[in-house]
Design a binder for this molecule. Sequence first.
Ligand code: AOF
Ligand code: ZN
Length: 365
Amino acid sequence: MMGAALALGRRNLGLAWPNPSVGAVVVRDDGAGPVVVGRGVTAAGGRPHAEPQALAEAGAAARGATLYVTLEPCSHASPRGGPCAVAAREAGIARLVSAIEDPNPKVAGDGHRLLVEAGVAVETGVRAAEALRDHAGHIRRVRDGRPHVRLKLAVSADGMVGRAGAGQVAISGPAARRWSHGLRAASDAIMIGIGTALADDPRLDCRLPGLAGRSPVRVVLDRLARLPLGSNLVGTAREIPLWVVASVAADPARLARLTEAGAHVILAGTGADGRLDLAEVLVALAARGLTTVIAEGGPTLAAGLVAARLVDEVLLVRSDLNVGPDGIPALPGRGLDDLVADPTFASLGDSLLGPDRLVHLWRQE
Ligand code: AOF
Ligand code: ZN
């Protein structure tokens, strides 16, 4: 039943921000085996929460039933809806099974406590490892004030991400491409540096059939506001959010034109190297509600995030193609093998995407 709740919760990853995408199921057993009588997932935009939806579907059948949730029910009152723990108590839930405690200081155990005090049998920690991964963005945001950062790299057998002056080089195959668009759908945002924006003129949307509405916020790190008004990103800014992060050194007239074209401009400081301060950029993104961000290019951004220890998850797609000596290395200043061997990261296992291999690493706290 927790597996069902986790699967439900995953449905709105990428849509529920600034809130976590929580799954909830109400289950009754009247002697003939367990029956799911209510289901809920946090709605797009974060409200309503999962529990009131599952409880409403269950109606009177919630009395005496078990509520399975992928995150501790909230205990804080909000203008957008009452505390879920109170809703569960009022509905007459007899038992609560949750995966993890909510680290949000507004909750932090109070949701569980409220139910224990009401005489509800509370069990937590069920399939916690999976819930910790699904809610990684929420957890990172409430603990560290920044989003969970997924570094996605498609690299050739000789460790290259492209060829100098050649624009986009097809390194991975169609299966990897479909997988990466699914990753876009399940993430709040995708972030690239201006070098990649100028070289590739990408759209960074989700182009899987039926999932266009799941395109992530597109973020371009563009210190001097060089993103062309005629680029694909600016051209689609009214349909899919485009956030341009610049510094005070950018020409205000260029920033005004980007705003007029539908982009949202964010100003951030620069570090000692003259580039945008990545830690500050991430804090600004989390302040606007983002919980998960894919960093998808280019090598400068990847190397900057790795050096600043801001990478939480590595998704390395390795193809067996060779780019050759005029290739652009994936991680300048640091080898890929070095990253894969870094004890900061644990392997979540490799998988195959057609002919390509996905190496999945997760930061160990
Ligand atoms: C739940 N069920 O489905 C979710 C929860 O801004 P608010 O009032 O909507 O509260 C947001 C916080 O509620 C969020 O930061 C997280 O701690 C929790 N999310 N809680 O009981 C849900 N999405
Ligand atoms: Zn709630």
